[in-house]
Write a protein that binds this ligand. Sequence first.
Ligand SMILES: *Cc1c(COP(=O)(O)O)cnc(C)c1O
Length: 388
Amino acid sequence: MRDLARTFVARLLDIAGGGNAAVALHEPEFSGAEWELVKDCLDSGWVSSVGKYVDRFESEIAQRCGARHGIAVVNGTAALHVALIVSGVRPGDEVIVPALTFVATANAAVHAGAVPHFADSAADTLGLDPAALRDYLTKIADRRCGSCINAETGRRIAAIVPMHAFGHPVDMDGLLALGADFDLPVIEDAAESLGSLYKGGPCGALGRIGALSFNGNKIITTGGGGAIVTNDPDLARQVKHLTTTAKTPHRWAFNHDQVGYNYRLPNINAALGCAQLARLEDLVARKRRLAERYFVGFADCEGLAVFREPAFATSNYWLNAVMLDEDRVSERDTLLAAANDAGLMCRPAWTLLHRLPMYRSCPRAALPVAEAIEARLINIPSSAKLAS
Ligand SMILES: *Cc1c(COP(=O)(O)O)cnc(C)c1O
């Protein structure tokens, strides 16, 4: 039993090696124009809610996601919240989210007044399984006048929010087809997948609208920040309006035509983002190199395997993960303890959301695959600098 833990730690030290210093799960890196662009904000006084870096960051993020429009906001949760609202999610609706995701995916649905409805993952992507979800919706959903009603709760199901877990793209074609068949908009939670490709195209704007995060632990960071990307000019206009206090343009008057949000990304954060974005290719290339080292390093390790991107994807490998063999799941916490004791920051998967106290009574599908992933998965140190 201790053998696997010992091998796990030895190989991690070999590949991610800390010397005496602790090795983080994911560290940001500021080795480009970050200092210069942030200083420009301080020198010019343009640090707050508008400025040239906000405009530049919005257009560069859109371009990176293959989208026509990008709107920068304060964080990824706010981005999801607004994406849900403009996609038509209303109080009392249900929103399909994976049980295996960061809590913000479900929180955003609640912020929009909706109830998260948890669905299962596919083993090869870790994200929503379109086939399982189709079977499930076929069983529980009533179709009435273009709406999809949960026959068990009587509430309208208003959207599907797939999440590209740890940077690995989900089966978007399957989910988009499902969305079309059930009249459900598909809103991408692309918080972890900037720079990942699905069938050669960037994640984020594969559906009608998507949300990104630039929190400190993501592949690029603006300190805190997020963005909404879309190809739909009307959605883009609504998002920009709603996230900037719904102010109607005027030379001096303060007129607002909706209860808007102050979700604007400050210029100083956008400046950081512009500098970070310029290095995205390099970051992705090094993270993919690190993943390759893990594949080689753990290739003959009995009892676990390093997770590989789905066949149709080129992942940013935001966080690498090992999957324990099914007969080894009882050793997960021993491995976690051994690695963390050795200064190697390793973490289990998120606690499945339906187990959290505020989400315990939410509707859900059977979740056998998400439960198996939760039991088997350990995230391992994944900073780009580990492959420099
Ligand atoms: C980070 C993250 C978010 C939220 O982003 P914040 O910027 O932290 O609000 C949402 N969903 C997923 C999957 C994330 O990883």
